[in-house]
Design a protein around this ligand. Structure first.
Ligand SMILES: [Zn+2]
Length: 220
């Protein structure tokens, strides 16, 4: 075989290998696009505020026009300060309230959304009552940190029917509602997806200030 012929054949072989490699890359690139990923459906709870019915659906079917979803994740606040309680959080509470009423337990939100001005006043009052900001923070958090002004915290039945609230403590996780502090039987937040397990309670709100310093998340 002449030298020129060998070089020619090698060049052809190289070209064919290059084409095969390009086809392989193109195929591997197009497969995920042509078969776009569809996540498997997750369980979804839908609440009808008119007939007060709670129904189980899934994320592929969704809720009907007359229903509201309880959501499929913990409820966290955004960057912009709200002027009312988080809507999905309210739907969760309404669904729990109806379920509790069927068993004879009455649940009412006695303090939900608070403006930062109201929270600041409550904190100042608590500092006077308990003698220091540290002691006060076991019961009331400063306006920038408390989740009440973010619309993601509620006080239930305080200072009234504690027994009904015990039902909520034991069953709230079905609706995505959790008691947060050992020293506040009345304070609940939507920190889980409905049906998940609530996290262990913190001793008091001051502990959440400690968590803030390490994880930069807001509590209470
Ligand atoms: Zn509270």
């Amino acid at each position: 075989m002449s030298k020129e012929r060998s070089i020619f054949l090698l060049a052809i072989l190289g070209y064919l290998l290059l084409v095969a490699a390009l086809i392989g890359i193109a195929r591997s690139g197009t497969i995920p696009q042509s078969q776009s990923f569809v996540p498997p459906p997750q369980k979804l709870l839908c609440f009808n505020a008119i007939n007060k019915e709670l129904r189980s659906s899934d994320t592929s079917l969704g809720c009907t026009l007359n229903e509201e979803s309880l959501g499929i994740s913990p409820i966290v606040h955004g960057e912009i300060r709200p002027t009312a309680l988080n809507h999905t959080f309210e739907v969760r509470f309404l669904a729990a309230q109806v379920a509790a009423a069927k068993l004879g337990y009455e649940l009412q939100i006695t303090s939900g959304f608070r403006s930062q001005a109201v929270q600041a006043k409550l904190f100042a009052d608590a500092v006077r009552k308990y003698g220091s900001e540290e002691e006060a923070s076991k019961w009331v958090l400063p306006k920038d940190i408390s989740n009440h002004p973010w619309g993601t915290a509620i006080d239930v039945n305080y200072p009234g029917d504690k027994i009904a609230v015990k039902w909520l403590e034991e069953n709230g996780s079905l609706f995505g509602l959790c008691r947060i502090y050992e020293n506040e039987w009345w304070h609940f937040e939507p920190v889980i997806a409905p049906g998940d397990l609530c996290p262990p309670m913190m001793v008091n709100a001051l502990e959440s200030l400690g968590n803030l310093a390490t994880s930069a998340t807001t509590k209470n």
